[in-house]
Design a protein around this ligand. Structure first.
Ligand code: HEM
Length: 232
C-alpha cells in the first residue's frame, strides 16, 4: 500500500506537468483550478482508490471467473459454443462468486429498520453481505448452481443505491473482453511445431506459465501450486 501511495504521488506530478485525456488529469484540474473543492489529500486518496478499486477488483474477478468456468466444464463448453452469451455469463459469474469477499462498506443506520424479522436500531453499524443477496433463492432459484443461461441481471455484486460501484460499466466491459478472449479455442499446434518443441531445450517453468496464461481457460490441464497448467 505504501508503494501504491508513493506511485500515485509521482503519477500526480507527471500528469500535472503533462496533462492527458484521463481521469487523473481531470481530478488534478479540479484540485488546482477549483480551490478547496478537492483537497490535496482527497486528490491523492481518490487516485489511489481508483487504482485499487479499479484494478484489483476486476483483475481478481477475471481470475475467479476463469477458475469457475474450469470447474464447470459444461458451462465453459456452452459458452464456447454460444459466445453471444458472454454478457449473461459475466453477470452469472459475478452473482455466483465475487473474488475476495463482500466489498460493501460499513453502513450507519439512521432509523430503526426491520430486516428478516430483526429490528436493527438506529445508530448501529452494519456491513451488508452482498454474496448473501446474490444467493437468495427467492430471486435466483437453485442459487448454488452456476448457470450462464439464467437471468442474473438482478445480482448486486456492484452493490446498489448511492454508493453503487462507480466503475461497474467499465468492469463489465473489461470482464466481457477478458472472457471472450479466454474462451477462444486453443489452436492445435501442427505436428511439425510439436516435434520442434520436443527437441528444443526445456524452458524455465515461469516462462511456460506466462505463455500458457494466454490460453487460461482450457481443459485437459491440472491445478498445481495454485496455477492451472495445460497438458502439453
Ligand atoms: C469486478 C469488478 C468490481 C467489483 C465487484 C466492484 C464492487 C464494488 C462494490 C460492491 C462497491 C460498493 C461498496 C459499498 O456498497 O459500499 C463499489 C464501489 C466503488 N467502485 Fe467498484 N467494483 C469493481 C470494479 C470497479 C472499477 C473498474 C472501478 C473504477 C475504475 C471501481 C470503482 C469504484 C468506486 C470509486 C467505488 C465507490 C463508489 C461510492 O462509494 O460512491 N470499481 N465497487
Amino acid at each position: 500500500m505504501g508503494e501504491a501511495w508513493q506511485y500515485i504521488g509521482e503519477l500526480i506530478e507527471v500528469k500535472r506537468a503533462d496533462p492527458g485525456d484521463d481521469l487523473v488529469s481531470e481530478l488534478i484540474g479540479v484540485h488546482d483550478d477549483q480551490d478547496g473543492r478537492l483537497s490535496t489529500h482527497e486528490l491523492h486518496v481518490w487516485c489511489t482508490v481508483l487504482l485499487m478499486a479499479g484494478h484489483e477488483t476486476t483483475a481478481a474477478q477475471i481470475g475467479s471467473g476463469a477458475v469457475l468456468l474450469m470447474q464447470h466444464p459444461d458451462q465453459l463448453a456452452l459458452l464456447r459454443s454460444e459466445p453471444e452469451r458472454i454478457s449473461d455469463a459475466v453477470e452469472e459469474l459475478l452473482r455466483f462468486q465475487v473474488a475476495g469477499h463482500s466489498l460493501s462498506m460499513l453502513r450507519y443506520v439512521t432509523e430503526d429498520i426491520e430486516v428478516g424479522g430483526v429490528t436493527i436500531p438506529a445508530g448501529s453499524g452494519v456491513v451488508p453481505v452482498l454474496e448473501s443477496a446474490n444467493l437468495d433463492e427467492s430471486v435466483f432459484p437453485d442459487p448454488l448452481r452456476l448457470d450462464i443461461t439464467r437471468d442474473a441481471r438482478d445480482q448486486i455484486a456492484f452493490s446498489s443505491g448511492p454508493h453503487y460501484c462507480l466503475g461497474a460499466a467499465l468492469a463489465r466491459l473489461e470482464l466481457r473482453t477478458a472472457f471472450a478472449a479466454l474462451i477462444e479455442p486453443v489452436s492445435r499446434p501442427a505436428a511439425r511445431g510439436r516435434r520442434q518443441r520436443a527437441q528444443a531445450p526445456r524452458q524455465p517453468l515461469r516462462t511456460r506459465l506466462r505463455r500458457s496464461s494466454r490460453h487460461l481457460v482450457t481443459t485437459g490441464g491440472e491445478m498445481r501450486d495454485g496455477y492451472y497448467l495445460r497438458a502439453t
